[in-house]
Design a protein around this ligand. Structure first.
Ligand code: AOY
Length: 468
């Protein structure tokens, strides 16, 4: 039984007592979510719809939930009166349990510069001024899918750059495969992170990501995989039967793509003697491609060496850009040690050695889904406006101890001027189209994005004008 379906408890303890802390006669609290900068110049906005459907729409406030929260928070704090029982009973009884909240957001999949507003949230019932920021904790978790999608897209840009220079972009969407299910902290993280990667790519072994993309975004089949070995299926044959284990792979999967991790004992020997001599004719007679997977050592060094050995064994052609390409029956996938920095290092090293990026695909696990945090893109949620006793006022912080933490003021609009996204105060942009769309109002998700539209928005410009 999933224990986190009581929205009242999906927050930080200190927020429970904040209803007592706003100025008297506060009627509206208006807050916004942004990336304040960090390692990427742009943000892919993704993942809000999952949170809205699963946690905000799916969690109607009932007396039972209020009683549970009262029980837990009563014991958690020194005084049971710190919990806003009256406020929550107002929502249960006067709002049919549905949250009196409006959320506006940029359409998912949109790529926009950091420091722009991504979403705004405000209460729609003046009694519930305290609810807006009670939801911060949950809503800010959008940082994770946004950061995974943003980093995955940045890795796609690197791969696309090298493919264009040294080969072709046809297989771009299969060049970075999600190996990350085991490397993340929970099944839910795997699902959210996996779906975020699938906004940019179609290669994945993370089935949880597919399930989330289908259930919450209406995706058809957003990710694909191929038969592939792990060490156990090969090493259980015994060291002296490594060749039999490899031959069995070619016999079991006589056509199409098949991947075989080849470093169980001696990667270079496996490439030179086993794949390159004993099994060479079987590979060349296959209607398909054997994908050799190194899985240890310094990746740029290992890959240059493996490319040289397989090139000697199977032959190479030189493409129109002057880069070497292996015989089409054989390719390589590197899935060990891949993060953004290592990806770039490898692509540069093989390019310098004269090899096309067409020869390689990559797998990434922890580097794709777990080696990032909220400050990778400095995500923040801040109140920028409030109505108190009938008058709207600017709300902001501006700490002398860190100018980067300055927050925006006023009610905000996301506009485009000369094709560039820009965040302005509503009062300075009253004539301009607001790219923020209302997605949630009074307990209901009122606008959903389709999976295809999301993927379309986040495409690279180079992907837009080609066949795929
Ligand atoms: N998968 C491409 C298909 C997947 C994998 C998954 C951890 C694959 C390996 C491969 O070729 O080698 C999780 C490690 C590897």
């Amino acid at each position: 039984m999933y224990p986190f379906s009581n929205l009242l408890l999906l927050t930080d303890s200190y927020k429970v007592s904040h209803y007592k802390q706003y100025p008297p006669k506060t009627e509206t609290v208006y807050s916004y979510f942004e990336s304040r900068g960090g390692e990427f110049a742009e943000t892919v906005f993704f993942g809000l719809q999952y949170l809205l459907v699963e946690y905000l729409e799916g969690c109607v406030v009932t007396q039972e939930k209020i009683d549970e929260a009262q029980r837990i928070l009563g014991d958690h704090f020194s005084e049971s009166s710190f919990f806003n029982r009256t406020g929550w009973e107002y929502i249960a009884n006067q709002c049919s349990g549905r949250l009196p909240i409006r959320i506006k957001a940029v359409p998912e999949g949109t790529v926009l510069p950091t420091s722009n507003v991504l979403m705004t949230i405000e209460n729609t019932d003046p009694t519930c001024y305290w609810l807006t920021n009670y939801l911060e904790t949950l809503l800010v978790q959008t940082w994770y899918p946004c950061t995974v999608a943003t980093q995955s897209r940045s890795m796609k840009q690197s791969i696309a750059h090298y493919l264009t220079k040294t080969g072709g972009e046809e297989n771009l969407r299969f060049k970075l495969h999600d190996f990350g299910f085991r490397g993340v902290s929970s099944v839910e993280t795997a699902a959210i992170g996996g779906a975020s990667h699938l906004v940019n790519f179609n290669g994945t072994d993370n089935l949880a990501g597919i399930v989330l993309a289908q259930r919450y975004y209406g995706a058809q089949m957003p990710g694909f995989s191929i038969p592939a070995a792990e060490h156990s299926t090969l090493t259980s044959w015994g060291r002296e039967h490594e060749l039999d284990a490899y031959r069995n792979m070619l016999e079991q999967f006589p056509s199409g793509l098949v991947a075989v991790v080849s470093d169980s004992y001696d990667l270079m020997h496996a490439c030179r003697a086993l794949w390159g001599r004993e099994l060479k004719s079987m590979i060349l007679d296959r209607k398909g491609t054997l994908v050799v997977r190194p899985d240890s050592g310094d990746p740029p060094t290992i890959l240059c060496e493996v490319l040289a050995i397989l090139g000697d064994a199977f032959g190479v052609s030189v493409n129109s850009q002057g880069y070497k390409v292996l015989d089409p029956h054989i390719r390589i996938i590197q899935g060990d040690g891949i993060d953004r920095a290592m990806l770039n290092k490898i692509l540069e090293a093989i390019t310098v050695a004269g090899w096309s990026a067409d020869n390689l695909a990559f797998g990434s696990g922890g580097g794709l889904l777990q080696k990032l945090h909220r400050d990778t893109s400095k995500y923040a949620f801040k109140c920028s406006s409030a109505r108190v006793n009938g008058s709207e006022r600017d709300v902001f912080k501006q700490p002398v101890t860190d100018q980067g933490k300055k927050s925006k003021a006023g009610r905000l609009r996301l506009v485009k001027r000369d094709g560039q996204y820009l965040t302005l105060r509503e009062s300075d942009a009253s004539q301009e189209t607001d790219y923020l769309e209302e997605v949630f109002r009074n307990g209901e998700v009122i606008r959903r994005q389709s999976w295809n539209d999301i993927c379309e928005r986040s495409k690279l410009s180079s992907e837009r004008y080609t066949s795929q």
